[in-house]
Ligand binder design. Sequence first.
Ligand code: NCD
Length: 315
Amino acid sequence: MKHRDLLGMEDLERADIERILETANHMREVGERDVKKVPTLRGRTVVNLFFEASTRTRASFEIAGKRLSADVVNFSPSSSSLKKSESILDTARTLDAMDPDCVIVRHSVAGVPKCIADVLSAPVINAGDGAHEHPTQALLDMLTVQQEKGRIDGLTVTIVGDIAHSRVARSNIYGFRRMGAEVRVAAPPTMIPADVETLGVKAYTSLREALEGADVVMALRIQNERLVGSWFPSVREYSATFGLDRARLRFAKDDAIVMHPGPVNRGVELSHELTDDRSSVILDQVRNGVAIRMAVLYLFAGRQRGRAAAEETRP
Ligand code: NCD
C-alpha cells in the first residue's frame, strides 16, 4: 500500500481499494474453515484503542487479528490513565514505547487518528473519527455490494439519512465514486451538507426520486450523539418521510439490496420487516467486516517489522 496508515477513503486510489477487496476475498475463505486461524501475523501486536462505543467494529478487528495469529490488546479509556487525565498524545507515546505493529483508533473527534499517527511509529487504522471517516466500514460495504451484484462500476447507490453527521456516508461516497458507481444522497435539507455535490454525488430531498432505479439502498442511523439542537421536527416525522419500508423500497430496482452499518434504530430509519427482509444484507456486512479487517491488518500491519523499518518507510 502506498500509505503507511489507513486514515480515510479519500486517500485511497482505485487500485488500493481493489487490492484490499481482493485480499478480503481470500480472507473470507479462512473464516469458512473448521480451524479459523492462519499464522500470518504471528509475533505481531495489534492494539485496539477505542475512545468511543463500538460493538461490530471493535469485535471484528479483534477477531480479525486473532484469525491472523496476532496478539490483540484491547485498550479501553474508561479503565486507563486517561481517567487520570493523561492526554491522548501521551497515551499514544506510552503505547508507542511498547512497540505495537498496528494501532486501531476510534474517537468522537474528527482528526484524532491522524494526530496519533503523527506520533506513532506503527501504522494507524482509523476505525471512525467523529463525523469524518470510517474507511473499513466503506470497504466492507463495497465488498458486500461486489459479492451481491458482481460489480460496483456502473451501479446506482442511494444513501438515505443523516448525511451531515455520518462518517459512514462520507467514506462510502469517496469509495463508491472512486470505484465508478453513481452515488445519491437523500435526507431532510438540514441533514445534507451544503457542499455535498462537490464530492460528485447528487442530493435529493425526495426519497422517491432518490430511490428510482437504485441498485443499492443504504440507510444510516440517526446520529443522536452528534445532534446538537433540532435537525428535524420529530423522530416520527423523520421516519414517516425518510424511513424505509417494503412499500418504499418498490421505488428502487426489483433486485435492490438494503444495507445499514448498524446499529439499526428499528422503526426509525428501517422498518422491522425490512430489517429482516430477504433484500437486507445487514448481517453479510457484519460477516464481511471480519474479512475486510483481516485484509487491512495483513496489508498494513504485516509489511514492516519494528521501529527501524517504520522509520525507513516514513516520508
Ligand atoms: C457506525 C459508526 O460507528 O460510525 N457503526 C459501525 O461502525 N458499524 C455507524 C453508526 O454508529 O451509526
